[in-house]
Ligand binder design. Structure first.
Ligand SMILES: [Ca+2]
Length: 295
């Protein structure tokens, strides 16, 4: 990849939240162009990779269709609406859906072999000749429920621009977390009417609101185990949207704010007292029962 880049450096990077890192290259016919780089560990989460397809049967055996307007998200949306977990694009115009856990069975290929442009968006990769690029259909969904310790949530229709009139909610509830750490990997919203909000999952109180005028910090923490992510778009000025990573964090008692530490200490004292009373209660009961049983 570095050898193909402009100059001697390896300038593969991903400033625009694309499906893979990329770099500018010098093409003989077209002048300067860009290509995806082969760095599998740097793929966007949910891009499952590039796989070989020998045709019969294909890696995804649910349904398939072709379209000369294919984009990554038109295929993902079609598969998602049919309740499939995976979506795959091939040769720029073919879309496969399926739930096959063994989609890798013909072998993984270099991501550079899945560089055929999508017929509906020439900036997106839609597989290759005998190569299918696979995605989780959760990408670009309008809403969902997340309980895993960490995940990345994308704006609706990602990596296409988000649609008009979207109203989406995602619940993020991480059992046992004392706070949730958020990172905006990508934030591209052009106007002040489209917005991303974070709400307290218990009270629905708005904790933060970000839009094209009020951009979010790169990372921030919310001291809750239950947060709701909300997205709204109006009818004009659509954009790429966002990708936000969250990670639930457990803090040791030592690092909890004093009031929380005091509360857990008080709960512990309450528990000790209750246990003590319960033991006394059992003793009392047994002292009543004992004469009955022995008598
Ligand atoms: Ca707008």
């Amino acid at each position: 990849m570095g050898r193909e880049g402009l100059g001697e450096h390896n300038y593969c990077r991903n400033p625009d939240g694309d499906v893979s890192p990329w770099c500018y290259i010098a093409e003989h016919e077209d002048g300067i162009y860009w290509k995806y780089c082969e760095i599998p560990s740097c793929r966007m989460p949910g891009n499952l990779g590039c796989y070989k397809d020998h045709g019969e049967p294909p890696p995804l055996t649910g349904t398939s269709e072709t379209s000369n307007k294919l984009t990554i998200q038109t295929c993902i949306s079609s598969c998602r609406s049919q309740q499939f977990k995976f979506a795959g694009m091939e040769s720029g115009y073919a879309c496969f859906c399926g739930n096959n856990p063994d989609y890798w069975r013909y072998g993984e290929a270099a991501s550079t072999e899945c560089n055929s442009v999508c017929f509906g968006d020439h900036t997106q990769p839609c597989g290759g000749d005998g190569r299918v690029i696979l995605f989780d259909t959760l990408i670009g969904a309008c809403g969902g429920n997340y309980t895993s310790a960490t995940a990345v949530i994308y704006s609706p229709d990602f990596p296409d621009t988000y649609g008009t009139g979207k109203v989406c909610y995602w619940t993020i509830q991480v059992p046992g977390a004392s706070q949730i750490h958020f990172t905006f990997v990508l934030f591209e919203i052009k106007d002040a009417t489209d917005m991303v909000e974070l709400l307290d999952g218990y009270t629905y109180h708005v904790l933060a609101r970000f839009n094209g005028k009020n951009k979010p910090p790169h990372t921030f923490n919310i001291s809750l185990d239950f947060v709701i992510l909300y997205f709204f778009s109006d009818d004009i000025n659509q954009a790429q949207g966002f990708a936000i990573r969250y990670r639930g964090k457990r803090l040791p008692l030592l690092f909890l704010p004093f009031s929380e530490a005091f509360n857990s200490h008080r709960r512990f004292l309450n528990w000790q007292l209750k246990t003590k009373y319960f033991i006394s209660y059992l003793r009392g009961v047994s002292s009543l029962l004992l004469p009955l049983l022995t008598g």
